[in-house]
Design a protein around this ligand. Structure first.
Ligand SMILES: *Cc1c(COP(=O)(O)O)cnc(C)c1O
Length: 427
């Protein structure tokens, strides 16, 4: 009998490591994913809401199925992601496709019900060519409204590797193509019906920015009277580290709701809202569990080397992302703290888990519990763009396993890759 006042704790790292063979592995919290889904689904909206999971954040089958069971739909970023969502039980109609590479397969997918957002003038032309004269086909257009938020380590050019709007961003149709009439020309030429406006610029956590993004995006909806829904994309900031703010969806959504209501008063049109969180739904609901497998020192630094690295988490190397790192000693004795640099297992000096905050090129010293070889080191905030985005198989390290955990239990949702699977397609 379990004591009802004390819930059973999730399985220990040891239990999980033995269930998947060894570290490293990703562990996701079922309760956490479910509660983030509930928060997204309660985003304020006056005339209807569709929440789409930006599945590129973490496309593992069990996670897709969990969100499916909550009534969340899909934002796919390639035709291949569409295939993956279908495999998880989604219908064609549940999937919106906003892609940087519009492969040929898009025609068949749109015919079956996938909703395409054209992300460039060429994509709009391709859509027009494929569906001109055909009744009932409607598309969305993704517009780069000329402003962007999100991203950090902004240089003087305004470029940042996580910025998705403004003149340094290639995503979406540039606002200038709207003001100079190029979009309208293509639409008229093919008789395209624009049903959806999409602007994913990374709205951050400031309610005022949310409102201005909504107002700006609604201007495009106003221009096309066939538009029935507006998709504000994702990019909601999530605090991974102490002191960082997370987006309050109720607060930000409140200002968006007002913008939609004002639009209705002005135009009489009730526009439906779509949002596409990836990070918000998964980032803080996943962690990478690793072990410290070596400790070395130079004149200036002490390094902990993990049995994982850019082959599992690339964000610190790619754009200087800061992830919390916690040493969990395997032997019970009280340990002091020390300042160390944590690195990955690849023969690559860029395989750095602790870049200096604000300077991705420099080593950052991190104060952690003093580790011995064999201790666990947990990298938190690793549910989004980690398992999904890394230098998989570099140095021939096999892809890590994934487990889902909940109070009292856990299960393997993706097995560790075998070393043979890495060369199975080689001839
Ligand atoms: C990546 C992406 C998202 C999700 O972004 P997050 O920062 O993970 O919330 C949403 N929409 C589109 C079109 C995207 O490309």
């Amino acid at each position: 009998m379990t004591n009802p006042s004390k819930p059973p704790s999730p399985p220990s790292s040891d239990a999980l490591a033995s269930s998947v063979g060894r570290t490293p592995f990703f562990a996701y919290s079922k309760e956490g994913l479910s509660s983030s889904a509930d928060q997204a689904l309660s985003f304020p909206n006056p005339y209807g809401l569709t929440v789409r999971y930006a599945m590129k954040a973490c496309p593992t089958l069990s996670i897709l199925k969990l969100f499916h069971s909550k009534g969340i739909k899909i934002d796919a970023s390639s035709v291949h992601e569409v295939e993956r969502a279908l495999r998880a039980g989604y219908d064609y109609e549940d999937i919106s496709l906003s892609t940087q590479e519009l492969s040929e397969e898009f025609k068949g997918l749109v015919e079956k019900g996938v909703k395409l957002n054209c992300c460039s003038l060429n994509q709009l032309r391709a859509y027009g060519e494929a569906f001109k004269g055909k009744k009932g086909f409607k598309c969305g257009i993704r517009i780069n409204p000329g402003v962007g938020s999100g991203g950090f380590s902004k240089s003087t050019t305004g470029f940042s590797k996580t910025n998705v709007g403004g003149p340094t961003s290639s995503f979406g149709i540039w606002v200038g193509s709207f003001t100079d009439g190029s979009i309208q020309q293509i639409i008229e030429k093919y008789g395209i019906e624009v049903e959806r406006i999409h602007t994913h610029i990374g709205s951050g956590s400031d309610p005022e920015i949310w409102k201005s993004v909504a107002v700006k995006s609604l201007e495009f909806a106003e221009y096309f009277d066939t538009v029935t829904s507006l998709n504000l994309g994702g990019g909601y900031k999530v605090g991974r580290n102490p002191g960082e703010v997370s987006t309050d969806l109720q607060e930000c959504g409140g200002t968006v709701k007002t913008a939609f209501e004002d639009f209705e008063k002005k135009t009489g049109r009730k526009i439906k809202l779509e949002i596409e969180p990836g990070t918000f739904l998964t980032a803080n609901n996943g962690a990478l569990v690793t072990r410290v497998q070596d400790i070395v020192e130079t004149s200036d630094y002490k390094f902990y080397k993990l049995d994982a690295g850019m082959t599992d988490i690339l964000r610190p190397s790619l754009y200087g992302a800061i992830h919390p790192c916690t040493v969990l000693p395997t032997s019970g004795a009280d340990r002091e703290k020390e300042e160390v640099v944590i690195v990955g297992h690849c023969c690559e000096s860029g395989d750095l888990m602790t870049p200096l905050p604000g300077d991705p090129e420099a080593l950052g010293k991190r104060e952690v519990t003093k580790a011995e070889i064999g201790d666990y080191c947990v990298i938190d905030g690793s549910g989004a763009y980690c398992s999904a985005m890394n230098t998989k198989n570099y140095n021939s390290f096999p892809e890590a396993a994934e487990v889902m955990v909940w109070e009292g239990g856990g299960e393997v949702i993706r097995k560790r890759q075998t070393v043979e699977q890495q060369w199975e397609n080689e001839i």
